[in-house]
Design a protein around this ligand. Structure first.
Ligand SMILES: N[C@@H](CCC(=O)N[C@@H](CS)C(=O)NCC(=O)O)C(=O)O
Length: 208
């Protein structure tokens, strides 16, 4: 069985949604991030950066990095068809956008929400957060353009990359603005969230 270390609304959401889509057996271990349980010696021994998600595979292999988890889960469950066949042009597109989201967009989120960690100069934190917020909008606009013809990143075929995009969209601080500025992302978010597997995970993660 998979063991997923999670916390509400954090990077574990995409992994959890994939497990639900696949019908995989997994155990969820809630980490109290507010009380810094992710900074305990025990947790840091698993994930030296103290980050959520952290995943233990059924054979005991430990994984960090949400995008790597997505790729691995898709590889292990080809029957779920959540990623295109390896080596295909669709796979190149899938990998391109998944890595883009993890490298560019996730990073912009971290700059916005954890600005004080990104500088040794506390006075500069506001500027880092502001640039993170600006970059977030710029990076979402690129994804909105990429969703042509849509409705998914791979056109008609739903994939794990859409789940990842959905998660990142949920982290945007101004949902109204994001969806108004990016109508193709708005459509995708609606479609992904209407899926029972994702709706279940969202109900367990949403803070409001
Ligand atoms: N590159 C990592 C980033 C993970 C990450 O930064 N997670 C955040 C939540 S979304 C976290 O663990 N925050 C708690 C903390 O850093 O204290 C990944 O994709 O898994």
């Amino acid at each position: 069985m998979y063991k997923l270390f999670w916390a509400k609304s954090l990077g574990s959401m995409a992994v959890e949604a994939l497990f639900e889509e696949i019908g995989a057996e997994y155990e969820k271990i809630l980490i109290d991030v507010e009380n810094q349980e992710n900074r305990s010696a025990e947790f840091l021994a698993m994930n030296p950066l103290g980050q959520i998600p952290t995943l233990i595979l059924p054979d005991g292999t430990l994984m960090t990095e949400s995008a790597a988890m997505v790729l691995h889960i898709c590889d292990r469950h080809p029957e779920a068809k959540l990623a295109p066949p390896a080596g295909s042009p669709e796979s190149a597109r899938f990998q391109r956008w998944l890595v883009y989201m993890a490298a560019a967009l996730y990073n912009a989120d971290l700059r916005l929400y954890y600005a004080e960690r990104m500088t040794t100069d506390a006075a500069g934190a506001d500027g880092i957060a502001a640039r993170g917020r600006e970059d977030m909008d710029r990076y979402f606009a690129v994804l909105n353009d990429a969703l042509d013809p849509g409705p998914y990143l791979l056109g008609e075929a739903y994939s794990a990359a859409d789940v990842y995009l959905w998660m990142l969209a949920k982290w945007h601080p101004d949902q109204k603005q994001l969806l108004a500025d990016n109508p193709r992302i708005a459509k995708l978010v609606g479609l992904v969230e209407a899926r029972p597997a994702v709706a279940k995970v969202w109900a367990e993660n949403r803070e409001d």
